[in-house]
Design a protein around this ligand. Structure first.
Ligand code: F3S
Length: 526
C-alpha cells in the first residue's frame, strides 16, 4: 500500500514531468543518471540530481514506457484528464478566471491558511488548463489514511489548517486504516512493525476528526455503500481521492471528480471548490475506446478490468456486452460488486478514472454511443483474450509450489451482499466436506458498519463464519499485503485483481478460491 500511495502522492510530480517537454524534460533525462553523491541537489548546469534513495522510484509503470524503456504510446496525466498532450509552456502561462470572492480568499480575506490552500488550488487548476473553479456538492472522500513518516509534511499542513479552524464543507469519508491490531496483526512482531512504521497515525486520525470525518466505523474505500452513505447525485462536482472510489463514483454514480492525489482531496474539501477540468467536463468524459466484451459466459470481472486498464491506461472506455448481467440495466446492492471488481482493476492495472457501460451506467444510459470520441479505437475481449490476460498473472510466491497460507477477500471493501455470499459459500462447502474450520484463515475486509449489519441481520451465519476461521476486519487489504516481509511469511490467495496488482498475493476465480479455502491446496490446473 505504501508504494501505491507513494505513487499517488507523487502523481502530480510525475504528471508535471510528463507535461514538461523541452528544457525540463531534458533535465529529467540527465537526472536519470545515477546520483554520485547520494544527496539531492542541483548540478552546475542547472540539472536536478536525484538523491540516492530516489533512484528506485525514478520510473513508474505509468510513465508510458514499456519494460524495454521504450514509449508505449500512452501518456498519463494521473488525473484522468484528457490533457496528456498539453504543452507545459501553455499550461504554465494559463490563468484561471477567479470570481471576486475567490480572489479575496486568495488575498487573505479568510486568513493565512485558507489563502495558502487557495494558492495551491489555483496553481493546480492552472497547470491542468482549468478555466474556472466550481462549487462542490455531495461529500468528499479522502485517501489520506497512512500515518507514516513520508506523509509528515502533508499531515503537518492539515494540522495547521485544523488549528486555524478550517473544516470540510461537508462531513467526509476516509479510506480504511492501513492496519488492524485487533483482528489481523494481533501479534507482537506485526504490532512492533506497525507502531514503528505508522508513527503519525494518531496525528492523522486527529486531523480527520477536526476537519470533519466521522468515527472509525465509517472508514472504507467503498464509501458509496448504503451502510456508509457517501453517494452524491449524478452530475455533482466532488473532490474524491482513492482510485477505486473515484472510478466507481464517476462511472456508476455519475458524479464528477478527477483522480486527486492524497491531500488535494482535503484542500478542495476545505475550500469547497475544485478546478474544472478532465473528468469533470463533458469533453473529458468522452470515450476514446470502444471495448466489446464477447465472452461466452459471465466474464471474470477482475480479469476484464485488468485487460481494460492495461489497454486504455487512463483513457475512458465505453464498454458493451455487460448489460445482460444487470437486470433492467440497474446497479443494485446485490450486483454492484461486479462493477466494483472490474472498475478497481481498470484503475489499478491502468489509471482509468471513468468507464461507461452501455445500458447500465448513467452517462451511457443518457447518451449511448454518442459518448465515443472521434477516432476512437476498438478492443475486443473474448474468451481467448480473457484467458490470455489471466495467463499473464505471475506466481510471485518465493516457494512457487507450496501451499497457500491465507485468503484475502474484499479489495475494494466487501459489500453486505458479498459478506453474506462468502459466508454461505465457505460454510456450506465446509459442511459438505465434513469440516468445521477452513484450512487457511480468511480475511474479510469491510467497514465496521457492514460488519454490524451482518451481525444484526445474520447473527447465526456470522457466528459460523467466525468459528470457521473467517475474520472480519476494517483495514486495507493491500496495506497488509505490502507489509515488510509479507511475501516471505504469507502465501496469499485472493479474488481481487486490485490486490493481485499490488502484492504477491495470487488471483483465483471465486469457485477455485472456495476450494482452496476448504482444502488448503491449489487445485491442479488452477
Ligand atoms: Fe480499499 Fe485498500 Fe483495496 S483502500 S481498494 S482495500 S487497496
Amino acid at each position: 500500500m505504501e508504494r501505491r500511495n507513494f505513487f499517488k502522492l507523487l502523481s502530480m510530480a510525475w504528471g508535471a514531468v510528463i507535461l514538461l517537454p523541452g528544457r525540463l524534460l531534458a533535465q529529467t533525462e540527465k537526472a536519470a543518471a545515477p546520483a554520485s553523491s547520494g544527496a539531492p541537489g542541483t548540478g552546475a548546469d542547472g540539472t536536478v540530481k536525484l538523491p540516492e534513495y530516489a533512484k528506485e522510484m525514478r520510473d513508474s509503470d505509468m510513465l508510458g514506457l514499456g519494460p524495454d524503456g521504450k514509449p508505449t504510446g500512452q501518456k498519463a496525466t494521473f488525473t484522468g484528464a484528457s490533457k496528456a498532450n498539453a504543452k507545459a509552456e501553455e499550461a504554465m502561462r494559463h490563468k484561471m478566471k477567479l470570481t471576486k470572492e475567490e480572489q479575496a480568499v486568495l488575498d487573505g480575506k479568510d486568513g493565512e491558511e485558507k489563502a495558502k490552500l487557495m494558492k495551491i488550488l489555483v496553481a493546480f487548476g492552472n497547470t491542468f488548463g482549468a478555466e474556472k473553479l466550481v462549487d462542490l456538492g455531495g461529500a468528499p472522500h479522502s485517501n489520506m489514511f497512512i500515518g507514516a513518516e513520508y506523509m509528515k509534511s502533508m499531515i503537518k499542513m492539515l494540522d495547521k489548517c485544523a488549528k486555524a479552524g478550517l473544516k470540510s464543507y461537508a462531513p467526509y469519508t476516509v479510506n480504511p486504516r492501513p492496519y488492524d491490531v485487533y483482528n489481523v496483526q494481533n501479534n507482537p512482531k506485526d504490532m512492533t512493525m506497525i507502531y514503528e512504521g505508522y508513527k503519525l497515525q494518531w496525528d492523522l486520525d486527529y486531523v480527520h476528526v477536526r476537519l470533519g470525518a466521522p468515527d472509525l466505523n465509517y472508514r472504507t474505500c467503498a464509501c458509496y455503500l448504503d451502510e456508509i452513505g457517501n453517494a452524491p447525485e449524478p452530475g455533482t462536482y466532488v473532490a474524491w481521492a482513492e482510485s477505486s472510489a473515484v472510478n466507481y463514483g464517476n462511472s456508476v454514480l455519475g458524479i464528477r471528480t478527477n483522480r486527486n492525489g492524497a491531500g488535494m482531496d482535503l484542500i478542495q474539501a476545505m475550500l469547497g471548490k475544485a478546478p474544472l477540468f478532465g473528468l469533470m467536463t463533458d469533453e473529458g468524459r468522452m470515450a476514446k475506446w470502444l471495448v466489446e466484451v464477447k465472452t461466452t459466459k459471465e466474464p471474470d470481472w477482475g480479469a476484464i478490468g485488468t485487460a481494460i486498464g492495461r489497454k486504455c491506461v487512463e483513457d475512458v472506455p465505453y464498454v458493451t456486452g455487460l448489460d445482460k448481467y444487470f437486470k433492467d440495466g440497474k446497479v443494485t446492492a446485490d450486483n454492484l460488486h461486479l462493477l466494483k471488481a472490474m472498475g478497481s482493476a481498470t484503475a489499478s492495472s491502468g489509471a482509468v478514472g471513468l468507464y461507461h457501460v452501455e445500458g447500465v451506467t448513467p452517462d451511457a444510459k443518457q447518451k449511448g454511443k454518442k459518448l465515443l470520441a472521434k477516432g476512437y479505437k476498438t478492443y475486443v475481449i473474448d474468451d481467448k483474450e480473457q484467458a490470455r490476460i489471466i495467463s499473464t498473472f505471475p506466481n510471485l510466491w518465493p516457494k512457487k509450489n507450496a501451499d497457500p497460507t491465507a485468503a484475502f477477500i474484499g479489495c475494494p471493501h466487501n459489500t453486505y451482499y458479498e459478506v453474506i455470499k462468502w459466508g454461505k459459500l465457505v460454510t456450506e462447502a465446509l459442511d459438505k466436506a465434513g469440516k468445521k474450520k477452513a484450512a487457511i484463515p480468511v480475511y474479510m475486509f469491510m467497514p465496521n458498519t457492514v460488519r454490524a449489519r451482518a451481525i444484526e441481520e445474520q447473527g447465526e451465519l456470522v457466528s459460523k463464519m467466525k468459528r470457521a476461521g473467517m475474520h472480519a476486519t476494517n483495514m486495507c487489504s493491500v496495506s497488509y499485503g505490502g507489509m515488510k516481509g509479507f511475501s516471505e511469511r504469507v502465501r496469499g490467495v485472493t479474488n481481487s485483481a486490485k490486490t493481485r496488482n499490488y502484492t504477491s498475493i495470487r488471483y483465483f476465480p471465486d469457485d477455485v478460491l472456495v476450494k482452496i479455502i476448504v482444502t488448503g491446496k491449489i487445485p491442479k490446473g488452477a
